[in-house]
Design a protein around this ligand. Structure first.
Ligand code: CAA
Length: 257
């Protein structure tokens, strides 16, 4: 793997850092393949309970690499399944992925952040879908995930005018879970990720799966999925341990089974 992706382990948290400072972390194949490989490794590591994806202070990612794709023709984009092959690895991760965003998250960068399970934004974060300026359109989920997160009006505004949204607006409109002073972004994100990773891994995965079902199903189907998963949690040793620990007024020792 080239060094455009740096990956580190912090206790039970896997940290993936996009590291292409000369190009505002623009997403080329090396970057996206690297992210996918790092996710593969963290998913296979039993010790890891949560993954954090971040960029630099200046940019989470300023979009798909424009130089890389500028000469594509339709047949090349279609045959190579541009965007789908490696980008979608984030979507299929079973462990939670938190995007820690400082600076620009534009185009594919905003879309990649939205593929994660939640976004923690530095107060310097700026989100946008400026593809229209390039004579193209969002292609990694912007027209689908953005309206689900912020509603149709704001999604149309961002995708059609190419304006950027700051962290405060992003929080107000539901795109981000928390806004954090830039200098504390990594500390607070890693702390939240460690909290998650300290719980039972099968329960973490079941909750993520159930919340995601709410975007794919009717309310009644979603509720049924949740109820069955909840029933299934009674088959876990960790449920016995968690409830026994509460009754015995002690900390639970989860075994991820
Ligand atoms: N692709 C390739 N290179 C990029 C890039 C991108 N998306 N974004 C920035 N860069 C490069 C610049 O070309 C520049 O390189 P050089 O120093 O070699 O000239 C370097 O990063 C620094 O960028 P700027 O000098 O432009 O820095 P700035 O502070 O003046 O502006 C910015 C920062 C507002 C992010 C600006 O760079 C910008 O507008 N970038 C493009 C954003 C964009 O259009 N993203 C959408 C891409 S299309 C897409 O993502 C499709 C999809 O849906 C998947």
């Amino acid at each position: 793997m080239s060094n455009v992706i740096l990956s580190e382990i912090h206790g039970k948290v896997g940290l993936i850092r996009i590291n292409r400072p000369e190009a505002m972390n623009a997403l080329n194949n090396d970057v996206v393949d690297g992210i996918a490989a790092a996710i593969d490794a963290f998913e296979a590591d039993e010790n890891i309970g949560c993954i954090v994806l971040t960029g630099s202070e200046k940019a989470f990612a300023a979009g798909a690499d424009i130089g890389f794709m500028k000469d594509f023709d339709y047949m090349h984009a279609y045959k190579t399944d541009f965007i789908t092959r490696n980008w979608e690895r984030i979507k299929t991760a079973r462990k939670p992925v938190i995007a820690a965003v400082a600076g620009f998250a534009l185009g594919g960068g905003c879309e990649m952040a939205m593929m994660c399970d939640m976004i923690f934004a530095a107060d310097t974060a700026r989100f946008g879908q400026p593809e229209i300026r390039l004579g193209t359109m969002p292609g990694a989920g912007g027209t689908q995930r953005l309206p689900r997160a912020v509603g149709k009006a704001k999604a149309m505004d961002l995708c059609l005018t190419a304006r950027m949204m700051d962290a405060a607006e992003a929080e107000k409109s539901g795109l981000v879970a928390r806004v954090i002073p830039a200098e504390q972004l990594m500390e607070e994100t890693l702390k939240a990720a460690a909290t998650i990773a300290g719980y039972s891994l099968p329960v973490i995965m079941m909750i993520k799966e159930a919340v995601n079902r709410s975007f794919e199903s009717s309310l009644n189907e979603g509720l049924l999925f949740e109820r069955r998963a909840f029933h299934a949690s009674f088959g876990l040793e960790d449920q016995k341990e968690g409830m026994a620990a509460f009754v015995e007024k002690r900390k639970p020792a989860f075994k991820n089974r």
